[in-house]
Design a binder for this molecule. Structure first.
Ligand code: G3P
Length: 267
């Protein structure tokens, strides 16, 4: 499984690439706002160029902010034209369905945009996937990546069932039971179950499943186990991936036992 960093923070992105563990970058409007708010007088064009150069040779997703098909296609093409020449690694992020509510008439605008951008040879990362059927239609329209939002499905299932939780809490991939029923959202029992169903349904498609909205290390492990092609991770989760108390204890013990003559050999 490839590991992307889910961040628009240049310092975090640089660090992840220096460690040699990043295979790509994903951004979204909220991550962009967080990064811009943290910095004063930012030249956004130059700042994004630096992100693209840091990630040279690996995909960087830049999201559209328009919500009509025409708007997303035009903006997606402009973003690509403006930024892809920097390092030839831009993917345009398109919401699977930009409607705000059921009665809106824009449900297929995302699909139209995916189709048009793909036809123009612009790779698309289709975002805000909450059902395997959304992933299927995005793949059929040509999306290079589909991004199921695992953590947000866990939030949704718990909120709907009045379960209190913290954002980074582990939610079991097999779901939670209440009475004798496994809690679910239209048959999806957890965020990792959503990822697993997308993986299964998209077998035979060129589209890669990019597990997003992962909030803890166990979810990362499970995303890999169910066959996600990519996981995009916040920097905090990447940092947590190396932690274990037995590793610290082992280090203390080994350090205590060091033979001085052995160390001298390398001095
Ligand atoms: O890549 C999607 C991600 O940024 C959303 O994460 O934790 O806000 O649901 P989260």
């Amino acid at each position: 499984m490839k590991v992307f960093i889910d961040s628009a923070d240049l310092d975090e992105i640089k660090q992840a690439y220096e460690w040699g563990i990043a295979d790509g970058v994903t951004t979204n409007p909220s991550l962009m706002k967080k990064a811009v708010d943290k910095r004063k007088n930012i030249n956004l064009k130059q700042y994004l160029n630096q992100i693209l150069e840091t990630a040279k040779g690996t995909p960087v997703s830049l999201e559209v902010t328009e919500t009509s098909a025409k708007g997303m296609i035009t903006q997606g093409k402009k973003l690509y034209k403006l930024f892809n020449p920097i390092a030839n690694n831009v993917y345009i992020k398109i919401p699977v369905n930009p409607a705000f509510k059921d009665s809106d008439k824009t449900h297929f605008a995302g699909i139209e945009a995916i189709k048009a951008l793909t036809k123009a040879n612009i790779p698309v990362n289709c975002t805000l996937i909450f059902t395997p059927e959304q992933a299927l239609l995005a793949a059929k329209a040509g999306a290079a990546f589909v991004s199921p939002f695992a953590g947000r499905i866990d939030d949704f299932i718990q909120t709907n069932n009045k379960i209190k939780f913290n954002k980074t809490d582990y939610f079991p991939m097999e779901g939670k039971e209440k009475g004798k029923v496994t809690l679910n959202d239209n048959g999806i029992v957890s965020g990792i179950d959503l990822v697993a169903q997308c993986v299964e349904i998209l077998e035979g498609y060129k589209t890669e499943v990019l597990a997003a909205s992962l909030r803890n290390t166990r979810q990362v492990r499970e995303a890999a186990l169910v066959g996600a092609d990519i996981s995009t991770l916040p920097f905090s989760v990447i940092k947590d991936m190396l932690k274990h108390s037995k590793t610290y204890q082992g280090m203390k013990n080994f350090t205590k036992d060091i033979v001085t003559d052995y160390v001298k050999l390398t001095k």
